[in-house]
Design a protein around this ligand. Structure first.
Ligand SMILES: Cc1cc2nc3c(=O)[nH]c(=O)nc-3n(C[C@H](O)[C@H](O)[C@H](O)COP(=O)(O)OP(=O)(O)OC[C@H]3O[C@@H](n4cnc5c(N)ncnc54)[C@H](O)[C@@H]3O)c2cc1C
Length: 381
């Protein structure tokens, strides 16, 4: 059996490693001309770390990432609204969350992939044949295999043309991210904190992602595509974060225009079909989510292991795709739903509404937090 993987992002590369582990042949293609060290930071949830452990790359990732002992949500005055012990999650579920630079993760995954990635291959269309599929790329080249995996992200061409079109939803928030050369104190590194402002989507966070770099992110409610130069964006963030306590001011002061990455935060309404004929979707292509649970990539990573196992275990491609979809869809749709609700919660505005919101978050009973941890981090397959 041979698979074509479209997309060498976190989902596509992890799929390549998982297929290798199962002894399934593949070729992997990406539209960008070369592998570039782009992106900011990412939190790999304990569930993603469990998958990477099973795929044999867990230790390598742990060696170049940061493991915070606690993850907090606090308000801008420094009052803690929620605390999750990452150390407890590791003790209970085997792995906790790790903070890492995206480019570092991509390099590690590339090292574990035994085949060359075909860069500069912009997938355009495919044809089904009795023996499988033929993929056509913009440069006129083609590829043939038994099946095609669309790991081509939220704006997936594979999904739109060959599975089902998506209905995009704008969360109402835009996000700026930056990687800043900086070293936090040991205590700050151990206590990663997401800070909520007074509504309208205002949030910010910073965390160490390796020995000398800090990942910063900021969100705010505004129309998608609202024009900002990078210099204006920095001035805007400084103004919005002026009342935030602690080290936030120092971190924002260290941001340079060339460090900024902007993303308007979209997902799409859950789709109920992830495959058709010999084509299957994976990662953001089938379940893009707003980043409020820090689970988008982590779910793509889970997809990769489950799809590879199903392809190995089942006797037909159709049965494998069905088992994969059945095994994943309910969980992933729940993640997308919770993330969406969290985005809307942080969009509330006004002092009264945000005080009520903060109280609700503070009062979430331990039992509910426990259930959510069980749901996110225990991989029972
Ligand atoms: C601001 C922000 C913060 C986030 N933080 C986190 C976090 O902390 N933790 C977490 O788990 N997730 C996080 N996410 C989500 C995470 O980034 C995504 O879920 C993850 O990157 C999805 O991986 P993917 O491989 O499915 O898609 P992508 O990473 O989008 O990769 C798709 C790949 O396909 C290629 N491609 C696209 N079209 C074509 C084509 N036609 N032909 C060939 N190649 C093509 C692209 O070049 C790309 O390399 C965050 C997202 C955002 C926006």
């Amino acid at each position: 059996m041979k698979a074509i993987i479209i997309g060498a992002g976190i989902g596509g590369l992890t799929t390549a490693i998982a297929l290798q582990q199962q002894g399934i042949d593949y070729e992997i293609y990406d539209a960008v001309p070369e592998c570039r060290a782009v992106g900011a930071g990412i939190m790999l949830g304990g569930n993603a770390m469990t998958v990477y452990e099973r795929l044999g790359v867990g230790e390598a990732i742990r060696n170049v990432s940061i493991f915070p002992e606690n993850i907090f949500v606090s308000n801008y005055k420094g009052k803690v609204l929620q605390q999750v012990s990452n150390a407890y999650i590791r003790q209970r579920y085997g792995q906790g969350a790790h903070m890492i630079h995206r480019a570092t993760l991509q390099q590690l995954l590339l090292q574990a992939v035994t085949k060359e990635v075909h860069w500069g291959k912009n997938f355009q269309r495919l044809e089904h044949h009795s023996h499988g599929v033929v993929a056509y790329f913009e440069d006129g080249s083609t590829a043939t295999a038994d099946l095609l995996i669309g790991a081509d992200g939220i704006r997936s061409v594979v999904r739109e043309k060959y599975v089902v079109p998506a209905e995009y939803r704008y969360s109402g928030q835009t996000c700026w991210r930056a990687i800043i050369p900086m070293k936090l104190s040991h205590e700050e590194q151990m206590n990663a904190t997401e800070v909520w402002g007074n509504g309208n989507g205002l949030r910010a966070s910073y965390m160490q992602v390796d020995g000398d770099r800090v990942y910063f992110w900021f969100t705010k409610k505004m129309p998608a595509g609202k024009p900002f130069t990078d210099i204006d964006a920095i001035a805007f963030m400084k103004k919005e974060l002026a009342a935030f306590s602690g080290k936030m001011q120092q971190v924002v002061a260290a941001i340079k225009p060339e460090m900024l990455l902007r993303a308007d935060l979209y997902d799409f309404k859950p789709i109920s079909t992830w495959y058709k004929h010999k084509v299957v979707l994976l990662g953001d292509a089938c379940h893009a989510t707003t980043p409020n649970l820090g689970q988008g990539a982590s779910q793509a990573i889970e997809d990769a292991l489950m799809l590879a196992r199903c392809l190995k275990q089942e006797t037909s491609i159709d049965a494998a795709f069905k088992k994969y979809q059945d095994g994943r869809i309910e969980r992933v749709q729940k993640v997308v739903g919770i993330s969406w609700q969290l985005a809307q919660l942080t969009n509330w505005k006004g002092l009264l509404a945000t005080s009520v919101r903060d109280m609700i978050v503070r009062m979430v009973p331990n039992r509910i937090t426990q259930q959510q941890m069980e749901f996110l981090y225990s991989l029972k397959w």
